[in-house]
Design a protein around this ligand. Sequence first.
Ligand code: HEM
Length: 394
Amino acid sequence: MQHGERDLGDPDRYLTDSRFDRWREWAERDALVWSGPGTSPSGFWSVFSYEGCRQVLAPGTPFSSEYGMMIGFDAWHPDRAGGRMVVVSDGAHHARLRKVMGPFLSRGKAAELLAFVRQEAAALLESAREPGTDVAAVLAPSLPASVVCEILGVPPEDRGMMVELTNHAFAGADNTFDRMTPEEAHSEILFYCHGLIERRRVERGDDIVSVMLHDEGMDPAEVLINCDNLLIGGNETTRHAIAGLFHALSTRPGALDELRAAPDMTHLATEEVLRWTSPAMHVLRTAIQDVTVLGTRVPKGMPVVAWLPAANRDTRVFADADEFVPTRRPNKHLGFGYGPHHCLGAALARLEISAFLDVLAQRVESVALAAEPSRLRSNLVQGYRNLPIDLNWR
Ligand code: HEM
């Protein structure tokens, strides 16, 4: 990297909340910002405004996901899962994978899981009775992990182990546990999924793995790669949206009263949690031909990064963008991305967040921070390393 060039991929930049001021300024002037080689071998361009992000992610644009969708990948350094994992596929193959996986993550599936998710959220809230409970570590990770197990058809006897492994695997790149590193835990999960796939090859069920293997004739390696997509997609982001909802509520002491007064407002509050927390920090696309982005020519092969939380606080679209406003309407945030790769798990994520909001409204008067939260050291996930809270119970 040349002297003076910035690298927006440097994870240390995201340890504090100073990002929001920079992002606001860049979004307001529709900036296209260059990052020199560093975290990305060839460097990358960044967009921050709501319209800029939509322009890059919209259907029919000359951008590909197949080279990879996060900082570090480009046309000369492609993701090896490209063309096989749903989130890093394009065109007809991508559409087919969405069609196969979609029904297992649909609103219908979310409706089936409603009672289970509500019960789990209520039980988990009890684990936050102790003042100063770190919700990021203690409470937020389990429900997303249980939901992904449910989707993958993990048998009940293996759930506890899988939830624990998932907690280790997706706690954040800066965390190491006494027993194993996050990478080791992730490998253990993939090893388990490999076994699950082998079992489903002989013992067909009605789960997503069986359908991919038998109805779609996908090879086991491709099935495994897409199980991994669900594990990462379902866990890494949702846990921080759940932790973040406690943070959001702490900024607005009357929010739970508002929810109690109008329970049909939960869906609005859920969208606002997604906008305000925006756990997916960036998505990347690679230009497949020379293209003009926000007035600047981007050559074929170069990556362009869309910073979703910046777009979600674009002051030209969202009034009082830094405030958590549970009744915000309209709220067409980009928290789940935009265009053909719009999050497949959106209905499940919404279900999990709204279940926590409902149970909090029933049982808790207000939420307060017990100490300043510490942020995750990551350029990919906007979340919390620690978030200690005090609940004022009803
Ligand atoms: C895609 C965010 C929860 C599965 C995406 C994308 C975003 C996102 C921004 C688009 C990626 C891109 O454009 O390259 C989130 C957030 C979540 C969440 C913020 C929680 C608050 C989930 C859950 C699951 C899931 C619970 C599944 C259990 C997926 C999958 C894709 C995806 C499979 C790929 C879709 C495609 O490429 O067509 N998610 N996600 N996500 N997400 Fe989520």
